[in-house]
Ligand binder design. Structure first.
Ligand SMILES: [Zn+2]
Length: 116
């Protein structure tokens, strides 16, 4: 029985060192470097999405202030509803926070943006 190196796919002889996943230290280090790069890329995408979402909220806050408006307006700008940096309760209402802005959606398909 043998396993394959997770980086270069070469066979690792079984029995040398229990459950090795890389054939040598180089492969281990390369693999680690790849993971770091992936993580960095993901962080960069997330950060860009946070900025984009915050800018959207800011733009519509500048138009509507904290008055509720049609949620489809924000939807059509491809607001990312999965992005939030925090959540806060204000006057019994739960707000999803993105940077300096928070939003909440109401039953009647309107959305309110507040600035914190
Ligand atoms: Zn290898």
């Amino acid at each position: 029985m043998s396993t394959q190196c997770r980086f270069c796919n070469k066979d690792i002889p079984f029995g040398v060192n229990g459950n090795r996943r890389y054939c040598d230290e180089d492969c281990y280090n390369y693999a680690k470097l790849e993971r770091t790069k992936d993580k960095y890329a993901n962080n960069k995408i997330t950060l860009a999405e946070i900025n984009r979402s915050e800018n959207l909220l800011k733009a519509f806050y500048n138009i509507y202030g904290d008055k509720p408006f049609d949620i489809n307006i924000l939807r059509s700008e491809k607001m990312n509803w999965n992005i939030r940096t925090d959540s806060k309760v204000l006057d019994g209402i739960n707000y999803q926070i993105v940077g300096l802005y928070g939003y909440t959606a109401f039953q009647n398909k309107t959305i309110q943006i507040v600035k914190f």
